[in-house]
Structure formats: C-alpha cells, structure tokens
Write a protein that binds this ligand. Structure first.
Ligand SMILES: Cc1ncc(COP(=O)(O)O)c(C=O)c1O
Length: 386
C-alpha cells in the first residue's frame, strides 16, 4: 500500500472569497443578477480588449452559460438547413459532438493530424469532398490553438462555415481572423475559471448579436431589427451568464498573469523531468508552448500506457484517457453520424494518457509521477529486448 497521499488528476484554482469580495459588493449594490447585467457587460468589454491586443481587428465577446451552449448557439447561428453535415475531429470532448446534434445537424467524424493531433483544413477539405459537409467544428484539442487565418482561407475558398471549439484554450488561442467565431469555456477546470461559463469571440458584430439573442430565448433585443423588441424572432435557449459567474470571471482575470506563469512553470519542470527519465519513449503534441496549461497529456506505446495506468492506480496517482472513447464510439449509440476513416486518431488514442496536473502540483508529486512513468517505460524496453 502506498504511504503517499493521492495525487488527483485536476485541482481547480478559483479566486478565493477575498478576491471575490469587491465584485460581490458590486452585485449587492447593483441588485442585478442576470440578463446582461453590468458585471457581464464589463467582462465582455474587458475580454474584448484582451483579445484585441492579439489581433488586428475589433473583436466582440458574447458570454454564455457554458462553452457547450456557446458552441450550440454558434452552430445554430449559421442557420443551415436541418440535417446539414458538420465535420468534427474524432479526438475531442463529447460536447463538440452533442452541440452539433442539438443544433440539428449531422456530425461527420474526421481524422486528425499525426503531429498536432488537430483537425486541419486539409483533412476537412477531403472530408467535405467525400460527404458534402456545410460546416466544420474545428477543435483546439488539449488547449493547442487552431490557426484562425488558415481556417479563414478555407472558409472563403470553400464556402464551408467554420466555428472553432477552443473550450480549453483560453490564453493560447487568439482570434486573428475576424470571420471565424471561437468558443471558450470558463468551467472550473479551465485556465479562466468562473465555475461555469462560456465565451464566443468573433470580429463580426452580427454573429455575436445573433448569438446573444439566441442565448436570451431568441427574443429580439435590437430596436433597429424591423421587428418589435421583446418579441420572439427565432427559437433560442436560456444560455445567459449570471452576474455571479461574471463576478468570479472578473476576479479570475485579475489573477490571470500570475496563474498562467505558475501553470507554465509547473508544466515546463514536469515535462523536463519526464523527458529526462523516459527520453524519446514519450511523444508530445506538436505546437506552441501553451500560455496556461490545464491538463498534461502525452503519448507512449500502448503497452507502456497500460502498464503506467496500473502502476499509477497502485500508487494512488490519478490518470485519465482524455477524449476516449473516440467520438464515433460514443456517437454510434446516441445519434446518426457519418464516419470518415480515422486511422491517425485511433493510433494517437491507443497510447494517450492524461497525468495529474494542477497549479498545486509539487516537486514531490512530479517525482512520483516521473518514477511511475520510468518504471512503465523501462519494463517495456526490457520486455522488448528479452
Ligand atoms: C473540447 C471541448 N469542448 C467543449 C467543452 C465543454 O465546455 P463547457 O464545460 O464549458 O460546456 C470542453 C470541456 O472540457 C472541451 O474540452
């Protein structure tokens, strides 16, 4: 039996009550608790400023009650005929899939790139030729950003709409093309944590206004729409961010720089320790250094992965096979889907493992996980040599 405390997979870092106090005081003053209140509106403006520092266009931010609702409403706002096909990568969280289905479309499950583990415009082009898809939901999987300019070229040349699911990529994914809506999560486990919440960011004010209206049941909010304000103009949902969640998001933003630095420092030391111990027996997702990592995911031979899971279980170290089963393995049970060949996603998934990661991870935790990984991969090398 292990003498050590358990190492959890994730430990959320949210602002404490002291950091929340000034925003809760505003709530008491305002007596406005939802429905696009002052804290929500200030949050949208604050975030738009942050995004604009990383882009060449004015950007609009619309909050939602979760990224899942943000995705569903962004897809609904495309106003495609019911049953239109929407391409999505096989390796992503189930919310990417459910958002497509709930918007009334049919998911086309496509493969990923072998290095970045992302759906690319090249893969989407092929899937669209095969299936006649009308839209793509590209995913910034594991927080690794998508290239919005590249997707904007794809959208312009193909006429196929693109939405980006960047639920786990706040701080690393920017919106450099004004015509590509990007959706982020503020769930407790994300880098900008509000408990629950989502953001849709785009350079197109019409798209953002449409999503805002969809988040408010579909009730017309625009006195210039040629339609009475307060009347239902299409079918939306209730996906508004409450003022309480906006308060937490403000306090999280106040701590953003320090928190992102801490996450980066821990990630760098952790990865270095694993690379020193296991060398090229480990594979990493190709891409940029993330601004604020929230999960720790890598790949190894399937046999080593299975062994590492067993060793970790014995040592009370939590692990997770992120985004598995693959999307089509879930989807086959819940709704009609179209499946493209996904050999790369299957190969990547066969050795993928998520190890514990949080801003609270200690050097001792890293040493324990590294020891487990070196045992799992060393015994694999010996087995192969035997
Ligand atoms: C890729 C992806 N999409 C969507 C979501 C859903 O985000 P939310 O919990 O804010 O609805 C997640 C959550 O982890 C995710 O990883």
């Amino acid at each position: 039996m292990s003498q050590h405390a358990a190492i959890p997979l994730l430990t959320p870092l949210l602002p404490d009550r002291e950091a929340l106090a000034p925003y809760l005081a505003k709530l008491d003053q305002n007596r406005h608790y939802s429905n696009f209140g002052p804290l929500n509106n200030a949050l949208e403006a604050r975030l738009a400023g942050m995004f604009e520092e990383h882009g060449a266009y004015p950007l609009h931010v619309t909050t939602t009650s979760s990224a899942t609702l943000g995705l569903e409403l962004a897809l609904s706002s495309l106003d495609l005929p019911a049953g239109s096909k929407v391409i999505v990568p096989a390796l992503t969280f189930v919310a990417s899939l459910t958002a497509i289905i709930r918007a009334g479309y049919i998911p086309v499950i496509a493969d990923i790139d072998a290095q970045s583990w992302l759906l690319t415009p090249e893969i989407a082009t092929e899937a669209a030729i095969q299936t006649g898809a009308r839209a793509v939901l590209a995913v910034a999987a594991f927080g690794q950003p998508q290239d919005t300019r590249h997707w904007s070229d794809f959208q312009r040349k193909s006429g196929i709409h693109v939405v980006i699911d960047a639920a786990g990529a706040f701080g690393s994914q920017w919106v450099e093309a004004p015509d590509i809506p990007v959706v982020y999560s503020m769930h407790a486990t994300k880098s900008l944590a509000a408990g629950e919440g989502g953001l849709v960011v785009s350079g197109n004010s019409v798209i953002n206004a449409h999503i805002r209206q969809l988040s408010n049941f579909g009730i017309n909010l625009d006195s210039n729409a040629g339609f009475p304000v307060g009347h239902l103009s299409f079918v939306g949902s209730n996906a508004k961010l409450s003022e309480y969640h906006a308060a937490v998001a403000h306090a999280s933003l106040d701590q953003w720089d320090a928190q992102a630095r801490l996450r980066q420092d821990i990630y760098r030391a952790y990865r270095q320790a694993l690379e020193d111990a296991c060398g090229d027996l480990l594979q990493w997702q190709a891409g940029i250094t993330l601004a604020a990592p929230t999960i720790f995911c890598l790949r190894m031979a399937a046999e080593a992965r299975d062994r590492l899971e067993t060793i970790c279980r014995q040592r009370q170290i939590a692990t997770r096979r992120w985004y598995q089963p693959l999307l089509h393995q879930h989807a086959a049970k819940v709704a009609p889907i179209i499946k493209q060949p996904t050999p790369v996603a299957e190969a990547v998934a066969s050795g993928l493992i998520g190890l514990p990661f949080s801003p609270f991870l200690t050097g001792e935790d890293i040493a324990r996980v590294t020891k487990a990984a070196s045992l799992a991969t060393a015994s694999l090398t010996l087995t192969h040599q035997a």
